[in-house]
Ligand binder design. Sequence first.
Ligand SMILES: Cc1cc2nc3c(=O)[nH]c(=O)nc-3n(C[C@H](O)[C@H](O)[C@H](O)COP(=O)(O)OP(=O)(O)OC[C@H]3O[C@@H](n4cnc5c(N)ncnc54)[C@H](O)[C@@H]3O)c2cc1C
Length: 385
Amino acid sequence: MQKDSHFPVIIIGAGPAGLFAAANIQSSQTLLLEKKESPGRKLLISGTGQCNFTHAGAMSDFKNHFGDNYQFLRKALKSFTNQDAIEFFKAKGVNCITDPNGKVFPASLKAADILNALLISCRNAGAVLQTGSSVLSIQKENDIFVVNTDSGSYTSEYLILATGGKSYPTTGSTGDGYRFAASLGHSIAEPHPALAPVIVSNYEFAELAGISFQNIEITQWRDNKKLRTFSGDIVLTHTGLSGPGILNNARYFMPGDELKLNISNMPESEFEQQFVSQANSTGKVPISSFLKNTGIPKNLANFILLKVIGSLTRPMAEISKLQRKTLINHCCAYPFIIRQVGSFKTAMATAGGVVLHEINPSSMESLLVPKLYFCGEVMDKGLIS
Ligand SMILES: Cc1cc2nc3c(=O)[nH]c(=O)nc-3n(C[C@H](O)[C@H](O)[C@H](O)COP(=O)(O)OP(=O)(O)OC[C@H]3O[C@@H](n4cnc5c(N)ncnc54)[C@H](O)[C@@H]3O)c2cc1C
């Protein structure tokens, strides 16, 4: 082993977790190994390139979003709060803005500014970033970690695994860290795609992709039984459904489930009452005018009318009872059958990973292998939203 291949600390993975760890290790020279030719590839596409890096709410709000894992994260979230994150970037010259939903972004709306701030902090902390260096395996021999890459081996006293999850593999996050952790004795909760869009069977709306609905009600059905009702913003994609309402609930979906969307955002009874009342009072009005007032986007309303009534101009009074019932069904509970729940290719996050009960929540050090630490998405996130 060459002399310059030994480092006090090696971090594997130059995503936000690895970079932030490297930026905060001041006392020793740290080697940061990244397999891609450039660091932070996933960070750069986060928040559609704008990087929603934290939330402005009270720390107690975070509790609701981490489910059972909140207990594990409690100490970490207390010791470095959302305000601390905002201050950290501000001190590096990155001002932040908060959108009406409390999401915090760099004021420039450029994820690259967050990445640059992290890279400068790493450099100031004396970390050595080595890109294009893929770690293949790790061993621990006599209290020293041996890290084998495609271009040579390195040793260290401390090792931090920051290899991310398994989603968007083109960014470099291919789940290698699970293999490394397992080889050192850790258990891995089966990784699966989270925050993923769904692909719909016999999808009819490819040409209407991009149409979105704000905070509509969705019911989820399985084997003709209603499982749950939730609400959220939804976007029609080329192959199915996406948007926060889908992404945040994807972990509950299975292929074959039916999602019924209330695209009119009106209870069925109210929709029917308004329909009947208008058909009785101004029956000559074309059906398309009625749908216009429900707020359903025009192209979609036209699509539904042609499908159900076969016309956009038929007067309301001439709509049969059966057509009315079908129309109400389409507008208040449009059915989509899930063919596939995302995939690692399209999921924004990975659920599962290195199990938390083998990690010390105060330090993120392994409870099985001394001086081995974990940070970021490589750890099991369980049910996130
Ligand atoms: C489309 C999209 C949008 C998102 N938007 C947001 C958002 O707005 N806000 C938010 O908080 N989160 C968002 N996320 C999630 C966020 O990007 C991740 O949670 C975050 O990047 C995880 O950070 P990490 O450092 O743990 O892992 P990663 O960012 O995945 O970084 C891991 C790094 O390790 C490297 N690596 C892996 N294996 C090896 C190896 N064998 N050798 C060397 N290097 C290796 C990888 O190349 C990678 O650079 C989004 C994700 C996606 C995909």
